[in-house]
Write a protein that binds this ligand. Structure first.
Ligand code: CP
Ligand code: NVA
Length: 313
C-alpha cells in the first residue's frame, strides 16, 4: 500500500520514531545512503515561494542518488488550471514520489488520492509536517530524547506550524502548549485529534491565551511568522503579547532551546536577541530539514514497495 505524508499523524508514534532515528543515522553518515540511485526522479512542486524546502529537498534527493525535478506553478500547466487528478496521473508514470507545497489541504489530498506514488506535504495552509520532523530531530539532539518534554508555541495559533506542532509533538509523547490570542485559536478538530494522540503517548495538549503560562518551565519555545504566505496585509496587533523575547524566554526552563522554522521577522514574532542568541537552535533546525526529509523519503518509498509492511489501520 502506498504511504503518503500529508499531515503529521500519517505516521504512528513508532513510525515517527523510526523516521527520526533514520534521520539521525543519515546525518552522521551524510553521503552513505543512495536508495534513489538509478536515478529515480522525485517531483518537487511549488505553488508558493520557498527557500529552505526547495533547497533541502533538491540537495537531499541528489544526496540519495536521485534526481529532483523542481517545478513552480507559474511554469507548469497546474498553474494554468490543469486538474490535480490529471497531473497526478501524468506524474505517477514517470516519478518515484511527489513533494508539493500548495494552499488548501484538500488539494494535496486530491493529489494523493489520484496517484500510486508517495505524496509528501511540503506545506499547506493547514500543516507543515516536514518542518516538524526537522524540529523534533533538533529537539532530540539538544535534549537527548522527546518523550515528556514540553514545547510551547507562540503567535498565530491558527496556522500550519501550530497545527503541525499539535499533531507532531503529541505523536512524540510531548506536552505541547499553544499560546495564542483567544480570538485566533487552532482548529478545534486538530486540537481534539492531538488530545486523542496524546492520551495514547503520554503527552498532553494545552491551548491558552496566557503567554506566561504557556512558557513556564518549557523545554522548547517555538514561534513562526505572524503573516503566513497568502495573508499579506493582515492586522497582527493581537499577536504582540506572544512575541518570543528575552522576557518570555526567562520564564522557560534555564536550558530551553528556541525554534523558528524561518523566515523570521526580528522585532515581530521573535526578538533579534533571542533569534541570534545562545538558546537559538534555528540554524541546526534549518539544516535538519535535509536529514529529516532524506529519511522520510527513504522510509516512504521502502514502505510503498509491493510486499512492504502495511501501515496503520
Ligand atoms: N521553513 C520553511 O519551510 O522555509 P521555506 O518557506 O523557505 O521553504
Ligand atoms: N506559516 C508560514 C510558514 C513558512 C515556512 C507560512 O505558511 O507562510
Amino acid at each position: 500500500m502506498v504511504r503518503h505524508f500529508l499531515r503529521d499523524d500519517d505516521l504512528t508514534p513508532a513510525e515517527q520514531a523510526e523516521v527520526l532515528e533514520l534521520a539521525a543515522v543519515m546525518k552522521r553518515d551524510r553521503f552513505g545512503y543512495r536508495p534513489l540511485e538509478g536515478p529515480r526522479t522525485v517531483a518537487v512542486l511549488f505553488d508558493k515561494p520557498s527557500t529552505r524546502t526547495r533547497i533541502s529537498f533538491a540537495v537531499g534527493i541528489a544526496e540519495l542518488g536521485g534526481h529532483a525535478l523542481v517545478l513552480d506553478a507559474g511554469t507548469s500547466q497546474l498553474g494554468r488550471g490543469e486538474s490535480i487528478a490529471d497531473t497526478a496521473r501524468v506524474l505517477e508514470r514517470q516519478v518515484g514520489a511527489i513533494v508539493w507545497r500548495t494552499s488548501a489541504q484538500e488539494r494535496i489530498e486530491e493529489m494523493a488520492a489520484g496517484t500510486s506514488v508517495p505524496v509528501v506535504n511540503a506545506l499547506t495552509d493547514l500543516f507543515h509536517p516536514c518542518q516538524i520532523l526537522a524540529d523534533l530531530q533538533t529537539v532530540a539532539e539538544a535534549k537527548g530524547g522527546l518523550k515528556g518534554l514540553t514545547l510551547a508555541y507562540f503567535g498565530d495559533g491558527a496556522n500550519n506550524m501550530a497545527h503541525s506542532y499539535l499533531l507532531g509533538c503529541a505523536t512524540a509523547g510531548m506536552h505541547v502548549r499553544i499560546g495564542a490570542p483567544a480570538a485566533l485559536p487552532p482548529e478545534p478538530a486538530i486540537v481534539a485529534r492531538a488530545e486523542e494522540i496524546a492520551a495514547s503517548t503520554g503527552g498532553s495538549v494545552t491551548v491558552t491565551s496566557d503567554a506566561a503560562r504557556a512558557a513556564a518551565g518549557a523545554d522548547v519555545l517555538a514561534t513562526d511568522t505572524w503573516v503566513s504566505m497568502g495573508q499579506e496585509g493582515k492586522d497582527t496587533s493581537l499577536y504582540e503579547p506572544y512575541a518570543v523575547d528575552e522576557a518570555l524566554l526567562s520564564r522557560a526552563d534555564g536550558e530551553a532551546i528556541v525554534l523558528h522554522c524561518l523566515p523570521a521577522y526580528r522585532g515581530k514574532e521573535i526578538s533579534a536577541a533571542v533569534l541570534d542568541g545562545p538558546r537559538s537552535a534555528v540554524w541546526n533546525e534549518a539544516e535538519n530539514r535535509l536529514h529529516a526529509q532524506k529519511a522520510l523519503l527513504t522510509w516512504l518509498l521502502q514502505r510503498s514497495e509491493p510486499g512492504a509492511e502495511s501501515g496503520p489501520e
